[in-house]
Write a protein that binds this ligand. Structure first.
Ligand code: HMG
Ligand code: MG
Length: 298
């Protein structure tokens, strides 16, 4: 049987915006995060504390975190690739840090400029510092369903990174289809394997929609009992290190799916549709949410 309730982690302010060429003004980012939290998301990925040379769009992470309203019970997450990032996250009172490593060696080099093993070693002090300060830790496994450089990624490689993240002490682990190549069959195989190594209720699906499979993959993952899904309002996003990759699955579409299945999300679809319109208009991007566009046209 499939879950009766799921948690949707809204990653638009981070994954959705990080690849935008023109700098999105800080007040727009702040309004986006505030409106998302108000719509009911209990977890919003709000910023990155990464090298501004690598991801200039996220250079204002501290200002964003300082500018937002804090809703009780809402987790505001930020990406931290190293201790320097963690220090920034701590100063900005982030509720959760996100460390990220790839299941593919080639992608690790391109995204964080080191091997998988080196990246895990680099995260060790980051996680230790987070634990010391009572900050939640999430580990994101990129290229879990395929890699732009190496192609096929063995299920065993995904399990290996999940186990390393689990050993570090991650509270939650994301299985990420960075380039959206996964299909429902593969999705089930991967989740079926990783749930042997890490508690099902603390695993999430992070699907990009490049090949139009994201909703189908979420539907498949529901049958593996997965209860946490990432999505980006208006389907914003892309990946600078994965050519041609599109954004995450659109949040509006995921909410429409969950509503249709009678699965509780705690999020108000109409508000999210309005937020999708707001952010697309603000940054001059087409809204790629199918449900969002249909509901806006009504
Ligand atoms: P590097 O160039 O190898 O490292 O980058 P470095 O230590 O030599 O640092 C270079 C410069 O950046 C230095 O500045 C550092 O101080 C500075 P300089 O001395 O030259 O003036 N720096 C920082 N500044 C601010 N905050 C920091 C920080 N760290 C260093 N935290 C590094 C290595 C890991 C830092 C770099 O590669 C990096 O920041 N990468 C981040 C890449 C990124 O954000 N990618 C996108 C997120 S992952 C993703 O989207 C996937 C996900 O969505 C899941 C999925 O879909 O798969 C999560
Ligand atoms: Mg992503």
């Amino acid at each position: 049987s499939i879950p009766s309730a799921v948690k949707i982690v809204e990653v638009g302010p981070r994954d959705g915006l990080q690849n935008e060429k023109d700098f999105v003004p800080t007040p727009v980012k702040i309004e986006l995060v505030n409106r998302l939290a108000a719509a009911g998301f209990k977890n919003v990925e709000a910023a990155s504390f990464v090298s501004p040379k690598w991801v200039p769009q996220m250079a204002d992470g501290a200002e964003v975190m300082n500018g937002i309203e804090r809703r009780a019970g809402t987790i505001y997450s930020v990406l931290t690739p190293n201790l320097k990032g963690f220090e920034g996250a701590l100063a900005a009172r982030a509720d959760e840090i996100v460390i990220f490593g790839a299941a593919s060696e080639a992608f690790s080099q391109k995204n964080i400029n080191c091997s998988i093993a080196e990246s895990i070693a680099r995260f060790e002090p980051v996680v230790a510092a987070a634990k010391e300060h009572g900050v939640r830790v999430r580990g994101s496994v990129s290229c879990a369903l395929g890699c732009p450089y190496q192609g096929e990624v063995p299920v065993a490689s995904v399990v290996d990174v999940v186990e390393r993240f689990a050993a570090l002490g991650c509270d939650e682990i994301d299985i990420a289809d960075t380039i959206g190549v996964g299909t429902p069959k593969r999705t089930r195989e991967v989740f079926s394997a990783v749930t042997q190594s890490f508690p099902r209720e603390r695993l999430s699906g992070h699907f990009h929609d490049t090949y139009g499979q994201a909703l189908a993959n979420i539907y498949a993952a529901l049958f593996e009992g997965i209860e946490i899904y990432h999505a980006s309002v208006a389907g914003l996003g892309g990946c600078p290190y994965a050519k041609g990759a599109t954004g995450n699955v659109a949040t509006e579409d995921v909410l429409y799916l969950m509503n249709g299945l009678g699965i509780e999300t705690g999020v108000d679809l109409d508000q999210v549709v309005a937020i999708g319109d707001f952010i697309s208009t603000s940054i001059g991007r087409a809204n790629v949410s199918r449900a969002g566009k249909a509901l806006l046209a009504k």
